[in-house]
Design a binder for this molecule. Structure first.
Ligand code: COA
Length: 389
């Protein structure tokens, strides 16, 4: 039985900052951000969006009434959640109008958690093929203004519907995982921005990729050439390129050229959004599938998921005949239509998020066009609005 990703959708904000403009404001060469980091635009998440609204905005457009009826598992992977106790998945389930008999949990392991969710969802559907699982990676990447990590911020959510006979990608049952206690990136409870040893984390990422990629090939007997393309977690798109380059010595010149050409498609949309932590690998998958017309049904893709701290996993999936039908086909146009904000507007929005305080707060949602918005906090409870309710 084939099980895997049946539908794949994405949501971010309607605002972005231009990376060349940000570089100039930070007294850096624009090419450092555009080429050295590999980012052109960075999503600016306004105070009216949080990981709950981003998740609901990603999933709602792709779900039919039949999907909603069949979903009995909702997993939200996030490392920028809004509560230390209650799962964001509970809010998301309510906003999406899911069945009350749904199991709802939030998972955390830095940028890796959505992959853990996807694998658990796969096992769940294999055990209950008439059911569907919804897995969402939703995050706002915040390193802080004027920090080295600033050009690798961004945010958004990717929603994946997991089912039997999936339209998009049939997942393999084998994978190779590595997890060890590494202090490359973390966020103590009292911090709103991440602590990171940037260079160290980039090196660990490559080490993990090498370990689980080679471990996967050894375990399955698969050859590197069996993989039409490699898709990476992209905290910034140069990171994936570095990992890909580290794999090139394993294949001949023609395969190297092919992987490099496919990678340009895999990073196209991430280049316009920036980091979204848990959803980043899956935005790259969407980018690959939406923009790369050299791929065809039956092609096997290799996926590398990485979460600092650290955990990595390499797994593969086979493209299905109707894969375009399950994708968020309007996404490239939506990203192109976003509104540019200046660096000072971005800084104001960055600092304007709901404060971690107990008092009632109101957020102006007038300029936010999304269906689900955060309107503020009352009696220490976040207030969400569904504009279609
Ligand atoms: N033109 C082209 N490239 C340029 C350039 C220019 N004018 N100026 C600098 N660069 C290149 C550098 O050579 C470097 O490339 P390399 O990594 O291939 O050597 C790149 O731009 C970044 O420059 P660097 O000086 O290393 O940047 P930095 O010290 O400001 O930090 C990060 C970069 C990624 C470490 C930092 O943004 C960060 O900490 N990010 C968050 C951590 C992260 O995302 N980790 C990934 C694992 S999850």
């Amino acid at each position: 039985m084939k099980v895997g990703i049946d539908k794949l959708h994405f949501a971010t904000s309607h605002l972005y900052v231009d990376m060349a403009e940000l570089a100039t404001a930070r007294q850096e060469e624009p090419d450092k951000y555009l080429i050295g980091i590999g980012q052109s635009r960075m999503a600016v998440i306004p105070p009216s969006q949080d990981t709950v609204t981003l998740a609901a905005n990603a999933a709602a457009p792709m779900l039919t009434a039949a999907d909603i009826e069949a979903i009995d598992l909702l997993i939200v992977g996030t490392e920028s959640g809004i509560d230390n106790s209650k799962a964001s998945a509970i809010y998301v389930a309510r906003l999406l109008g899911l069945n009350r008999r749904v199991r709802t949990i939030e998972m955390k392991e830095a940028c890796y958690a959505a992959t853990a969710g996807l694998q658990l969802a796969q096992d769940h559907v294999r055990a209950h093929p008439d059911k569907k699982a919804l897995v969402i990676g939703s995050d706002i990447a915040r390193y802080g203004l004027n920090t080295p990590g600033e050009p690798t911020q961004g945010g958004g959510a990717v929603a994946m519907l997991v089912s039997a006979d999936p339209q998009v990608l049939a997942l393999g049952t084998e994978s190779c995982v590595l997890s060890e206690d590494v202090m490359d990136f973390w966020r103590p409870l009292y911090h709103t921005t991440a602590l990171v040893d940037g260079k160290y984390s980039s090196n660990i990422y490559i080490d993990y990729f090498q370990d689980v990629f080679k471990g996967y090939l050894q375990k399955t007997g698969m050859q590197p050439e069996d993989l039409a393309a490699l898709v990476f977690h992209l905290p910034y798109t140069k990171m994936g390129l570095k990992a890909l380059r580290s794999a090139l010595p394993l294949v001949d010149d023609a395969q190297q050229a092919s992987w490099l050409a496919h990678f340009e498609h895999a990073r196209q949309l991430n280049r316009q959004v920036g980091n979204l932590y848990t959803g980043s690998l899956y935005l790259s998958l969407l980018s690959q599938l939406l923009t790369d017309d050299k791929l065809k049904a039956g092609d096997r893709l290799g996926l590398f998921s990485y979460g600092s701290g650290a955990e990595g996993e390499f797994f593969t999936g086979e493209l299905q005949p109707d894969y375009q039908a399950g994708l968020d086909v309007g996404l490239p146009q939506r990203l192109a239509r976003r509104q540019r904000v200046s660096v000072s507007e971005y800084e104001k929005l960055f600092n304007g998020q709901l404060a971690w305080r107990a008092d009632d707060q109101t957020i102006d949602v007038a300029d936010d066009p999304h269906r689900f918005v955060l309107t503020g906090q009352q009696d220490e409870q976040r207030q969400y609005l569904d504009r279609e309710a």
